[in-house]
Design a protein around this ligand. Structure first.
Ligand SMILES: Nc1nc2c(ncn2[C@@H]2O[C@H](COP(=O)(O)O[C@H]3[C@@H](O)[C@H](n4cnc5c(=O)[nH]c(N)nc54)O[C@@H]3COP(=O)(O)O)[C@@H](O)[C@H]2O)c(=O)[nH]1
Length: 513
């Protein structure tokens, strides 16, 4: 494998891995953000549930008409606390002082609560409350209504979230966050006017999420890829990355194959004019001088040469047959302009795709050739192809003939036509296929059929061109058979316009300036 290909393939491999890393990170990140938002919403829901529990407890207590901290009052308060899971303490007020609580009973010195933090739905809230109980300090929120208050414990409210520690709950009071619970310092007040704010980092994801009323907010920080430390996950990731690299190699190969495929090259070649006409001289057998040429398509692009046997079927499959012919004819007319007139016109023989005759595209040639010098005589070579629709072709070829175009049957003797079909065509020339000419000098069986072809041509009043003449012995034999014109490597292969000009200068009465 050449070094450049190896480098390109390695690059494709690593690009595949990099794309995969990005994709995995993106998917992971999106999933994590959704999980974190859901989790935040669940925390806020649990806090709301606690508040509702407190509201209903306060409503029930205030329905009683206790005015002092009687045994019955304390009993009622304790009974209610017992029923409500998240309530850790209930206090009873005389004026604005607490005179008894479920935890301590009647207070020796009544306590006065400070100014509440916020009033919501007629309830007063104190946040960040720390209540000392016999089994430790309770962090929570105090809610007061009427003559009672309740202390809600975050620990019990958020018991479902205990496995998840890296979060902070704050209350926004006059837009300033007040720490309520969890890790101090995670919430940075980034939400501004939005309900949530996501920060994606290489090492961690952070989400700040506020409840619908933008009053309680949760900030969650999650380290990235902690799962990576787990062996199976690492193995799966490595497998995915290698798979991505290998997939990228396949994609590279596929694109490379597509970009370098003959079909793609031909498509591009048609756009970028990579098809060029070459000219193979048609020679008068007696004088050895060129009387015309057959235009043969040649293709060359930066990747090299493609031969007609390869590109002709593909051009046809691409439906670009007329496009190619038109390009070539236009170029040929341009090439042959400046031809100095000899006594006779020069024949320019052009191969036409049968389908372009069937669909009448070929008639477009009349526009192309109408301004060409009259010393170029156009001949269209058609093959006796099964694709050719004889009935349709007859009508179209007649139009061409009327416009001065000659019709030539190419590869004659190898095709599908029968005599009656041929007679209905306005034929000017029969080109005897090379397979008849091969070994004519040794009297090969196939070559013995040539006189029959000559007699058919005579019946059709058509000229004959012998194709594929490769040596002087063949020339001599063909002369004996009264064949006048020939084409083949004995005279010349198909030439570029530059070489063809030289050829004409040495071997014809024409001159290309
Ligand atoms: N519709 C179009 N068909 C085209 C066009 N250009 C070419 N073709 C057809 O492709 C087939 C192959 O053509 P090519 O490789 O160019 O071969 C031609 C000659 O180079 C070859 N030839 C000529 N003399 C000799 C010879 O002495 N020996 C030898 N071994 N080969 C020789 O024969 C081909 C010409 O064939 P033909 O057209 O039948 O006269 C071929 O079928 C082309 O027709 C195009 O522009 N349009």
């Amino acid at each position: 494998m050449p070094l450049s290909t190896l480098l390109k393939k390695s690059a494709a491999f690593f690009i595949g891995i990099i794309i995969s890393v990005f994709l995995i990170f993106f998917i992971y990140s999106q999933t994590l953000i959704v999980q974190m938002s859901n989790h935040s919403q669940r925390i806020i829901n649990d806090l709301n549930d606690g508040a509702n529990q407190a509201y209903s407890a306060l409503a029930r207590l205030n329905r009683n008409s206790f005015t002092e901290c009687s045994t019955l009052n304390l009993l009622t308060m304790r009974k209610l606390q017992f029923e409500a899971n998240d309530i850790k303490d209930i206090g009873f007020f005389d004026g604005n002082k607490i005179i008894c609580t479920t935890g301590v009973g009647e207070l020796e010195i009544p306590i006065s609560e400070g100014q509440f933090d916020k009033k919501i739905d007629g309830h007063e809230f104190w946040f960040g409350h720390k209540l000392k109980t016999f089994d430790g300090t309770v962090e929570g929120v105090v809610i007061k209504s009427g003559r009672y208050n309740v202390v809600l414990s975050f620990n019990t409210l958020l018991v479902k979230h205990h496995e998840f520690t890296n979060y902070e709950i704050v209350a926004l009071i006059n837009d300033q966050p007040k720490h309520l619970y969890g890790h101090d310092d995670i919430y940075k007040n980034e939400t501004h006017n939005n309900r949530n704010n996501v920060q994606v980092g290489l090492l961690s994801h952070k989400l700040e999420f506020c409840g619908e009323q933008r009053f309680i907010c949760v900030a969650i920080q999650q380290d990235n890829f902690t799962e990576y430390q787990k062996v199976p996950f690492t193995l799966v990731l490595m497998f995915i990355l290698i798979l991505s690299g290998v997939t990228a190699l396949h994609v590279y190969d596929y694109i490379d194959r597509y970009m370098n495929s003959d079909k793609r090259r031909i498509q591009k070649g048609l756009e970028k004019h990579k098809f060029k006409p070459f000219y193979q001289p048609i020679v008068d057998l007696k004088s050895g001088k060129a009387v015309g040429c057959e235009m043969l398509a040649r293709f060359k692009d930066s990747k090299g040469i493609l031969y007609p046997d390869t590109f002709i079927p593909i051009v046809s499959e691409l439906g670009a047959s007329w496009q190619m012919t038109e390009l070539l004819v236009t170029q040929a007319i341009h090439d042959l302009k400046g031809l100095e007139l000899a006594d006779n016109p020069i024949y320019l023989s052009i191969n036409i795709f049968p389908k372009d005759i069937n669909n009448g595209q070929v008639l477009k040639i009349l526009d192309l050739i109408k301004d060409t010098p009259s010393n170029i005589e156009f001949t269209f070579e058609i093959t006796e192809d099964e694709e050719l629709d004889f009935a349709k072709a007859q009508e179209i070829l007649n139009k061409l003939v009327v416009a001065g175009v000659n019709i030539s049957i190419d590869d004659f003797g190898t095709g599908y036509s029968n005599m009656s079909q041929l007679q209905s065509f306005p034929i000017h020339t029969l080109k005897i296929d090379k397979s008849f000419i091969d070994e004519v000098e040794t009297g090969a069986i196939r070559s013995t059929l040539i006189p029959n072809i000559v007699s058919i041509a005579n019946k059709l009043h058509a000229e004959i061109v012998a194709e594929g003449v490769e040596n002087i012995l063949q020339v001599e034999e063909l002369l004996k058979m009264d064949i006048t014109l020939a084409q083949g490597w004995h005279y010349s292969k198909a030439l570029s316009i530059r070489k063809f000009k030289h050829y004409l200068a040495d071997n014809s009465d024409f001159n290309l300036s």
